[in-house]
Ligand binder design. Structure first.
Ligand SMILES: *Cc1c(COP(=O)(O)O)cnc(C)c1O
Ligand SMILES: [Zn+2]
Length: 391
């Protein structure tokens, strides 16, 4: 039995291929992210969707199309299989009839970052890595620290000094070394990159290693299964580094190649950002194929405070291909949406998750979404992680 049909890594920029049996970061030729590729024809012959559905719950029931080759290297804390919840009150208020939230807040460490880091740390373990380092806007650090602890690796985290308090504490609690940086995630990334080079730490920054996107891909796989192997019409996703958006789009490609989808109609992908840091929205409005660095990034949605994603070209390509759009929302609208979602549906979302509801309000007003379309908001984390003890 083949545990994984992984065959190689492929550069998203120039197409150069790399071996999955060695440790790689990103393409050395053109500095673009590497994406894992699988023998999906072979997988299709040996695997069917019912088999996957009957397995024990969690992210790893999709292991044939995940990168870990040996089951023993999986580092599992219960990630994946999050609920797809209906939003009956909000539906009524917005005049919609098929509104859902994929609630990622129940993942280990309280955010969907668990999925990506579960995949990355498991694969790093398989390739013999002992020390991992990450620059983070918050939740990625906490997730990396937890999975590194469970894998028996050392963890070092660089985060802006105004990162939510919970992110610092959860990282320290599981034994990570935390360095607070006077600056943004881009400044943290510079410092982490230098330390990685100098002291031999493996850098698991978004898209600077090839496997986090595979964990996030599983959100797309689960979603199709939850819609009985169809896909929703619209996915509203809060975009920082873009791993989830790129990962889900990759999932839909792979499901199509596996022949598991009932029809091939793709969702329109909506990228949501904060007005104080909206490089993707700006690029979209200009019809650009890449993002410019956003100066002076500022927003309460710490996960969206990413001035330029390393995967900006893939993000833009996927949005255009999906006939989607990009929407910026103010922090005030995000806070109002957070309260609304909590009061009407009992879901205390992270601001990043609440931002998707703020964006949906705009899309409804503009008539960009139709009343009967199946719309999925992504609540990417728990609001509990943003409670500030100083307030
Ligand atoms: C990191 C993060 C995001 C952004 O995710 P990307 O995949 O990097 O675009 C959104 N919400 C929360 C809560 C996050 O932690
Ligand atoms: Zn390349």
């Amino acid at each position: 039995m083949t545990y994984s049909y992984l065959t190689h890594l492929e550069c998203s920029g120039c197409g150069e291929t790399y071996s999955h049996e060695e440790l790689h970061t990103f393409c050395q030729a053109c500095k673009s992210p590497l994406l894992p590729r699988y023998d999906l024809d072979l997988a299709r012959q040996h695997l069917d969707r019912e088999t996957v559905s009957l397995r024990e719950s969690g992210m790893w029931r999709w292991h044939e199309i995940l990168p870990v080759l040996n089951a023993q290297n999986r580092v599992f804390l219960g990630e994946g299989d999050t609920p797809l919840l209906s939003l009956p009150q909000l539906e009524k208020e917005l005049g919609l009839s098929n509104l859902f939230v994929k609630d990622e807040s129940i993942n280990p460490t309280g955010s969907f970052k668990a999925r990506g880091l579960a995949a990355a740390i498991s694969k790093a373990k398989e390739l013999g890595v002992k020390k991992v380092i990450i620059p983070t806007a918050g939740n990625a650090g906490g997730a990396m620290a937890a999975y590194a602890a469970r894998a028996g690796m050392k963890a070092h985290i660089f985060m802006p000094k105004d990162t939510p308090f919970a992110n610092m504490e959860e990282s320290r609690m599981v034994g990570a070394e935390v360095t607070l940086v006077d600056g943004l995630i881009s400044d943290a990334a510079k410092l982490a990159g230098e330390k990685a080079k100098a002291d031999g730490w493996f850098d698991v920054s978004t898209f600077k290693e090839p496997y986090r996107v595979e964990g996030k891909k599983v959100m797309g796989l689960e979603l199709s299964e939850q819609f009985n192997w169809e896909l929703p019409d619209v996915i509203v996703y809060p975009t920082g580094g873009g791993t989830g958006l790129v990962g889900m789009w990759k999932a839909f490609d792979e499901l199509e190649q596996l022949g598991w989808l009932e029809n091939t109609k793709r969702p329109r992908m909506v990228s949501v950002q904060a007005e104080g840091c909206a490089p993707v929205v700006k690029a979209f409005n200009e019809g650009a194929s890449f993002c410019e660095f956003w100066e002076g990034a500022k927003t309460i949605s710490s996960g969206l405070r990413v001035p330029k994603s390393f995967a900006d070209k893939i993000i833009m390509k996927d949005i255009y291909e999906s006939k989607g759009t990009a929407v910026a929302v103010s922090d005030d609208d995000t806070l109002a949406a957070q309260k609304k979602l909590a009061e009407t549906e009992g879901i205390f979302a992270a601001p990043e998750g609440a931002a998707t509801l703020a964006a949906l309000n705009k899309l409804v007003t503009q008539g960009w979404v139709k009343p009967d379309e199946r719309i999925v908001l992504f609540n990417t984390g728990s609001g509990l992680k943003y409670i500030n003890p100083e307030n």
